[in-house]
Every structure is written in structure tokens, then in C-alpha cells.
Design a protein around this ligand. Structure first.
Ligand code: ADP
Ligand code: MG
Length: 365
């Protein structure tokens, strides 16, 4: 099993332990609450699980909220999937240079967020590497990794300076410029879905798309949502590496080997290092907690490229925290930002903490 699937299983195990019937009831702080859930199929190519917490007599509203959240996920997929021919992304990638490609406001928003992440991550998160991704997909079919010349050529075909974002869309300066939003669109969809639940009046909710999660508000029993993070090297045991207690926020995981291409018996990550064009191998598993899933998803991919050194690049004061499992199954180390400590139900042993040391008053507590 892979880190992401395990994370999802962990969430289901913790959040839904009491959900035998799909309708659970509990006397919360002030009202009788129920939880409605749905598992829409074929969304973003993975498993999806939605939860809506409402007052007991509001079950119809909850079902409408779940439907609205599902619609948001499907809309984002329609706009941003590289596999859908009529998506904004496909339209942009196929467009010639020099003309405005009209894009939905959501697509422009995700491109803007992607560009900010590119700047903040020193180029480790880069949605303009589409030609490199195609090259590695081809390599998987050919059974041989691409040559250095072909990697360099693919890198030169598309970079951020080769495109310009405008309010209604984007303009390419080079016909070969192209984007792949696979490292951020799922997070954005999760955010839109969670906002739809909130807008529809849910007191609490959870959106889980393939183990990437956003949750908010009341849980059935009033406590924080618990999200399990598993050890990618010990998938055979059910014991999570740790549990995160999240009352309002997102948790996304990127696994270097959870999705990969196998070429001549060797595994290559689906995350590429934009600086070299080579598959990233800095961190087998990265989990990021952030106020939005857009940020958590993007940073999880960026830190997969950068490894523990990248923790220093996380935006300060923005509520973005991360945990990285680095090394190999024989010898691995866990790195985490100090800000994550307060979210861990029980920190795993031997964590190397990164960031400003917490200041204790002279003489200790
Ligand atoms: P998952 O789809 O499993 O959630 P990630 O969130 O880690 O995986 O995103 C990986 C996807 O991001 C890749 O399949 C590819 O589409 C895209 N990608 C790969 N490398 C990068 C990168 N360096 N920067 C931005 N996007 C990337
Ligand atoms: Mg992701």
C-alpha cells in the first residue's frame, strides 16, 4: 500500500469508526447532530469521501450540501484535467502563441497560486514542466529513460516566463509552453468542495479525495478531526506513524513511490525536479498541513523535490506545517516543523524538529 491510500484508510478508520449505517447521531454541545456521507465515484481518478455534519432534522439540507460539494469537485476536474480534451488546461496547452486563451476564473486562480508557489519554493513547484512529464510518460512506454539532451530540450520548451496570466485567461509567448496542474488542482477542488459544504450551512464537514483532506467545524462528537499519517516504510502494520488533530484545515500527502513509472526494473517518481528534469528522490513521503488544501497539495509536491532543506522555505506565519519521512526503509528519519508539534496527538519518537526553537522563559516552565 502507499502513503496516500494509507492516510485515507486512517482517516476513514478514525473518523468513521461509528458509521455502520451511514447516519450517526450524537448529542453534541447544544443540539442533536447527524452526519451524512457520500462516496461519489470516478472523481479525479481516485476514491472520494464526503461528510456533512448538520442538526438532526436537517438531513435533506445535508444531502444537498454533499451534492453541491461533489459538483464542485467535478467542475474543477472538467476545467483542469490534462486528460479531458475540452478542459481549460488542454485548450491552453494546444493554443498558439500570442493570443489570449480565455480561461475560467477558477483556472486563472489556480495558475496564480501555482506561480506564487513556484516563486516561494525556489522553482521546485513548477506547473510548466508539462513537456518533461510527457517525456517521462513516453520513457515508460519505451522502456528507457530520456537522454540528457532530450530532457534539456523539453525543459526549454516551457517555463513561467513563456506565459503571462491575465484576468480573463493567459497568453503564451511560445507555442510549446504548456502546464500540468496535477500537483495542485486536486487540492483546489477539495477547497471548493469544503466551501460548498460550509456555504450550504453544514456545522462541520470533511472532504477526502484520495487521502488528501480538508475538514472544518463540528465533528459528530464535538472534538477535532483526527487524520492518521502512516509510515510509508511500514505499510504492513496498521499502526499510524502519528495522528494529527485538525479542527479547521487541510492535510495533503505526496508519496515519491506511491505513483511511479517503472523503467527497466527501476522505479521513478511521478514528481519531477524541475531543475534537473529528473524524478524527485529527496523524500519518500511528505505530509503538509495548511489552511487550504491548495497550499497543502502544492507544498507537499514542492517538498518532495526539496526534501528536509525545503522546510526553511515554507511561508512564515501562514499556518503551513510539514512532516517529511526521508531516507530508505533501512534507515529513515522524520523531519517536521516545530509548528506541527501542537497538532500531533502523540509525536513519533526521534523527530528532527525544524524552525525557530520554542522560547521557554529563563529557568524553564
Ligand atoms: P497526487 O496526484 O498523487 O496527489 P501530487 O499531489 O504529489 O500527487 O502531484 C503529483 C503530480 O504533480 C504529478 O503527477 C504531475 O502531474 C505534477 N508534478 C510533478 N512534478 C511536479 C513539480 N515539480 N511541480 C509541480 N507539479 C508537478
Ligand atoms: Mg497532491
Amino acid at each position: 500500500m502507499n502513503a496516500k491510500r494509507i492516510l485515507g484508510v486512517g482517516v476513514v478508520a478514525v473518523v468513521a469508526a461509528l458509521a455502520a449505517t451511514g447516519l450517526w447521531m450524537s448529542r453534541g454541545r447544544d443540539a442533536l447532530l447527524i452526519v451524512r456521507e457520500s462516496r461519489p465515484e470516478a472523481v479525479m481518478g481516485t476514491r472520494t469521501h464526503l461528510l456533512a455534519v448538520v442538526e438532526a432534522d436537517r438531513d435533506e439540507e445535508a444531502d444537498e450540501a454533499l451534492q453541491a460539494a461533489e459538483n464542485e469537485l467535478r467542475n474543477v476536474e472538467l476545467q483542469m484535467s490534462r486528460r479531458i480534451e475540452l478542459s481549460d488546461v488542454s485548450k491552453f496547452n494546444a493554443a498558439p502563441a500570442g493570443q489570449l486563451v480565455e480561461l475560467a476564473p477558477q483556472t486563472v486562480e489556480v495558475l496564480r497560486a501555482s506561480r506564487r508557489l513556484w516563486e516561494q519554493s525556489d522553482g521546485a513547484f513548477d506547473v510548466t514542466i508539462r513537456p518533461l512529464i510527457l517525456l517521462w510518460m513516453q520513457a515508460g512506454q519505451d522502456g528507457a529513460p530520456p537522454t540528457a539532451e532530450r530532457l534539456a530540450a523539453a525543459r526549454d520548451e516551457s517555463r513561467w516566463p513563456d506565459m503571462e496570466l491575465r484576468d480573463g485567461g493567459a497568453v503564451k509567448r511560445k507555442a510549446t509552453a504548456a502546464v500540468d496542474l496535477g500537483g495542485i488542482a486536486k487540492g483546489y477542488g477539495i477547497d471548493r468542495a469544503a466551501e460548498a459544504l460550509r456555504r450550504a450551512g453544514c456545522l462541520g464537514g470533511l472532504v477526502d479525495v484520495g487521502g488528501d483532506i480538508r475538514c472544518f467545524g463540528r465533528r459528530r462528537d464535538g472534538g477535532a478531526w483526527h487524520v492518521a499519517v502512516r509510515n510509508p516504510f511500514r505499510p504492513e502494520t496498521d499502526a499510524p506513524l502519528t495522528l494529527l488533530a485538525i479542527s479547521d484545515g487541510a492535510v495533503c500527502t505526496s508519496g515519491n513511490y506511491e505513483r511511479f513509472t517503472e523503467i527497466a526494473g527501476k522505479r521513478y517518481s511521478h514528481i519531477l525536479d524541475p531543475r534537473t528534469g529528473l524524478p524527485a528522490d529527496a523524500a519518500p513521503s511528505v505530509t503538509v498541513v495548511a489552511p487550504t488544501a491548495t497550499l497543502a497539495d502544492g507544498w507537499a509536491t514542492a517538498l518532495s523535490v526539496l526534501g528536509p532543506e525545503g522546510l526553511a522555505l515554507l511561508p512564515r506565519g501562514a499556518g503551513v506545517e510539514a512532516m517529511i519521512v526521508a531516507g530508505t526503509s533501512d534507515h529513515y528519519t522524520i523531519h517536521a516543523t516545530v509548528g506541527l508539534r501542537g497538532l500531533l496527538v502523540e509525536p513519533p519518537a526521534g523527530v528532527q524538529w525544524h524552525g525557530a526553537p520554542s522560547r521557554l522563559p529563563a529557568g524553564g516552565r
